[in-house]
Ligand binder design. Structure first.
Ligand SMILES: [Zn+2]
Length: 277
């Protein structure tokens, strides 16, 4: 009888011509910053895919207005999101090591712990809902050399974006300031309206990009926007801004190289493709 396990149908993509060793995912440690409409979905999918470790960061408690999204239930109201999410994720897949911090990532007293964690994490998925925290995370990831996949929904809940950032290789969030496409001003602000379906689409794309990055297959997106009303996806090409105040300053300490198996050639091709457009 064929040897089957919970990853059998994930490993089966190899049979369609992709040289993917699904077991590799067990080597990786991912970070989820913000356990809200995006973070709950991406965390659950990452756990089901079988990453080695997930560390969650959030300091909010579950509120009744959060119940339009996935994961949390009425019985979880007033409890820390990270604690509840870690319990649920552990039940979904006990193979995965789950850690969490019930802290504000911008708290100065948490900074050294946060930096140490970023250095140990292979890739971060951003699920934050406000611009100051997004900018803070962008600076930390770029300076410490940890790739992250940014994403956010608009205040209307009807559109959003996904933007993988590979420090010093691709445009960071700050580089986009000098970027000619028409970015919506409202991106990534605290949500007023939110649709679980928009969040799930954006979180799903974050996971797709994470899988391609960690398992070294396919082509990563550059900057993608999705509009729910028109049903359209828009792909944009960005490039690293030489004058970017974030990318231009390399941290002198703790700079690391990623363990991820994306070859230099693949990254160079990715950058060159961006330059050509
Ligand atoms: Zn930059």
């Amino acid at each position: 009888m064929m040897n089957v396990d919970r990853y059998t149908r994930l490993k089966a993509i190899k049979e369609f011509g992709y040289d993917v060793d699904w077991e590799e995912l067990k080597k990786y440690h991912i970070g989820i910053i913000g356990v809200g409409g995006l973070g709950t979905v991406s965390a659950e999918m990452a756990v089901r895919c079988g990453v080695g470790k997930i560390t969650l960061f959030d300091f909010d408690t579950v509120e009744i207005v959060n119940l339009n999204r996935s994961m949390f239930k009425l019985e979880h109201i007033n409890q820390p999101k990270v604690k509840i999410a870690s319990e649920i994720l552990k039940q979904i897949n006990p193979d995965v090591d789950i850690a969490y911090y019930n802290n504000d990532i911008m708290d100065p007293n948490f900074e050294s712990v946060f930096e140490k964690e970023i250095l140990q994490i292979d890739i971060i998925l951003n699920g934050l809902d406000n611009i100051p925290a997004r900018e803070y995370l962008n600076v930390k990831c770029v300076h410490l050399g940890t790739p992250y996949i940014d994403a956010g929904a608009s205040r209307s809940g009807l559109s959003g974006y996904v933007h993988p950032v590979i420090p010093h290789k691709t445009a960071c969030a700050k580089c986009l300031r000098s970027f000619s496409i028409d970015l919506p001003d409202e991106r990534g602000e605290p949500c007023v309206a939110s649709l679980p379906s928009t969040m799930a689409i954006l979180a799903s794309i974050q996971i797709q990009e994470m899988l391609k990055f960690l398992l070294s297959f396919g082509e990563m997106i550059d900057y993608l926007m999705y509009h729910m009303v028109s049903g359209k996806f828009f792909n944009y090409t960005t490039k690293l801004d030489k004058n970017c105040p974030v990318c231009g300053i390399e941290s002198s300490k703790n700079k690391k190289t990623t363990k991820a198996k994306v070859s230099q050639k693949e990254l160079d091709d990715f950058i060159n493709n961006m330059k050509e457009e």
